[in-house]
Design a protein around this ligand. Structure first.
Ligand SMILES: Nc1c(NC[C@H](O)[C@H](O)[C@H](O)CO)[nH]c(=O)[nH]c1=O
Ligand SMILES: CC(=O)[C@@H](O)COP(=O)(O)O
Length: 158
């Protein structure tokens, strides 16, 4: 599988711009909280590592990943927010509920970014098992929160 050959946190920062004056919104889903907190910590630490100021990183929580879209919009609508990083974990259940959530969030987050013309990053871990989710939250496949922060910084330099 493609991901098996790629660590999500393996990146180069050669092209990064100065983000010391950029303001970032983190929207974090409460569902699977232990894992989403790990994603959020990865994103937070990566932003600080590359020059963001603590006071310019605004973390907000939403009940579940389905609410990430509205959470992103409520942050992105503010002119002073330069980028939004959405973090959630959807693990397949017995029904197709996970499919509906993931598709809605992917399209919704895309639309928010296009509406407000700023990076709104899709940091959703969508797995079949809990183990696969942990593998992408600091495990063998890196941390999707780190990936989300890197994507936000990259797009701010577009
Ligand atoms: N099953 C998961 C959910 N479900 C909750 C939804 O995201 C939403 O909050 C609810 O349908 C009310 O609108 N959320 C996750 O983030 N992860 C899951 O695995
Ligand atoms: C993945 C989810 O949406 C969670 O609510 C479990 O769903 P299911 O009712 O399909 O087991």
């Amino acid at each position: 599988m493609a991901t098996a050959l790629k660590n999500l946190s393996d990146y180069t920062s050669d092209h990064f711009i100065d983000i010391s004056d950029k303001r970032f919104g983190l929207v974090v889903a409460e569902w699977n909280r232990e894992i989403t907190d790990t994603l959020a910590q990865g994103a937070y630490e990566t932003l600080l590592k590359h020059g963001a100021k603590e006071e310019n990183i605004y973390r907000n929580t939403v009940p579940g990943s389905f609410e990430l879209t509205l959470g992103a919009q409520l942050l992105a609508q503010h002119e002073e927010i330069d980028a939004v990083i959405c973090l959630g974990v959807v693990i397949k259940g017995e029904t197709k509920h996970d499919d509906y959530i993931c598709h809605a969030v992917a399209q919704g987050i895309t639309n928010v970014g296009l509406k407000f013309n700023k990076p709104v990053i899709f940091g959703l871990v969508t797995t079949n098992t809990l183990e696969q989710a942990w593998d992408r939250a600091g495990g063998k496949h890196g941390n999707k929160g780190v990936e989300g922060a890197v994507a936000a910084i990259h797009m701010l330099g577009f």
